[in-house]
Design a protein around this ligand. Structure first.
Ligand SMILES: Nc1ncnc2c1ncn2[C@@H]1O[C@H](COP(=O)(O)OP(=O)(O)OP(=O)(O)O)[C@@H](O)[C@H]1O
Ligand SMILES: [Mg+2]
Length: 374
């Protein structure tokens, strides 16, 4: 057995993935070569929200200790394997760019192709899965609410923070609209002159900066969607209380990569998906715990408290995505009416031209009002 104790007796997952003894032997050898010789692998399959995909996941422990050295995950689908590799890199780069403060990611320590599958050695996420914390909270009388409220808040903040990110190569900006209006104006010198005046207002540093910020952010959100976890049930969220605060680690991230696809049909990812998926699973854990508890134990207030805490904290931290969508529409509508007001005078007499001009001025005032909100 090469110094390993393999524990492979559990039945795991919904899938039919089986691992041949040859593959398992290879895993043991690779783990030994890559990490250290005195380690053993143990199949993880103790929980309802663990290893449902059918792919096997092993703890790599230092032999005869409880020291967790790594996690060995075996993928049967190349796509899933590649997506998880890419997602880990995305999270890492977001972290390096300081876009993730409330959460962190695991490291891909090494990957190896095996006979008809792939092995990934991951750094262990600190702490425990949220599913374990939640079950403990619901089932244990003396569990303190304060601690779990903190955990829910940290999770909600981590989700909100992740959802604020998009992978965007193209940055939308006000120039796009200005150029469009210029080209519409064409050869009409008088109108063009007025427009240039107006442009200098729109381009004044403060105003244009605000519009640019607004449009860039909302445009990115709309076109590419937020980056979401995509499979964010509590079993895929690890939490550890360290230095006085909860640190959240995302695991099982293969779906995350798909949400960074610019294709609106394939990759567009509404943050609501993570949000509702998480709450549905929270409810499932609560219902399951309730069934397992003795009759007469009312844990509904506990569930209600956690659910409301999560919702409130998430909405407090994520609001600007929703807000920027609305404001972008308002700015778009206003800019579109500016374009229209420039187009129409071509067919109108001078009286109507003045009237249109006034409308345009009013529009600019409205635009200014919206932009000033920022
Ligand atoms: N990096 C890690 N650190 C610590 N534990 C891990 C790590 N990766 C996986 N695990 C443990 O193994 C379990 C199964 O892993 P994972 O969620 O990646 O597999 P899965 O089969 O894709 O699960 P799912 O049912 O969510 O699709 C997790 O719930 C977690 O308990
Ligand atoms: Mg999982």
């Amino acid at each position: 057995m090469n110094g390993f104790n393999a524990v492979e007796s559990n039945v795991c997952g919904n899938g039919v993935a089986t691992i041949s003894e040859t593959v398992l032997e290879n895993v043991r050898t690779l783990v030994k070569l890559r990490l250290r010789s005195d380690c053993e692998i143990k199949l993880i399959s103790e929980g309802v929200l663990k290893g449902q995909s059918g792919d096997k996941v092993y703890h790599v422990m230092r032999k005869n200790t409880i020291e967790l050295l790594a996690v060995a995950k075996i993928f049967h689908k190349k796509d899933t394997f590649e997506n998880e590799c890419k997602a880990i890199e995305i999270l890492k780069s977001l972290k390096e760019a300081q876009k993730l403060g409330a959460s962190t990611h695991i490291e891909n320590l090494a990957t190896f192709p095996l006979e008809s599958c792939f092995l990934m050695l991951q750094s262990p996420a600190a702490g425990k899965g949220l599913d374990d914390y939640l079950e403990y909270y619901f089932k244990t009388k003396k569990s303190k609410s304060d601690e779990f409220i903190g955990l829910m808040k940290a999770t909600a903040r981590a989700f909100a923070e992740l959802h604020r990110n998009t992978i965007s190569s193209q940055r939308a900006c006000i120039d796009l609209y200005v150029n469009k209006i210029r080209s519409l104006l064409g050869e009409i010198p008088e109108v063009r002159k007025k427009f240039e005046e107006e442009c200098s207002y729109l381009s004044s540093k403060d105003c244009s900066e605000r519009i640019n910020r607004l449009i860039t952010r909302a445009e990115k959100d709309r076109r590419l969607g937020s980056i979401i976890h995509g499979d964010g049930h509590p079993g895929n969220i690890f939490a550890n209380f360290q230095e006085g605060r909860w640190v959240i680690t995302w695991i099982d991230t293969d779906s995350l990569y798909l949400t960074t696809n610019g294709n609106e049909l394939k990759g567009h990812a509404p943050p609501e998906r993570d949000y509702s998926y998480f709450l549905v699973h929270l409810r499932n854990i609560y219902l399951r715990s309730m069934l397992e508890l003795a009759e007469g134990v009312d844990i509904h207030p506990k569930y209600h408290l956690l659910k409301c805490t999560f919702k409130k904290e998430y909405e407090m931290n994520q609001h600007h995505v929703v807000k920027s969508h609305k404001d972008l529409q308002a700015v778009r509508g206003l800019l579109a009416s500016i374009i229209r007001s420039f187009k129409r005078p071509i067919m109108l007499g001078s009286h109507e031209f003045n009237h249109e001009w006034k409308i345009r001025q009013l529009t600019i005032l409205k635009l200014e009002k919206i932009v000033k909100k920022y």
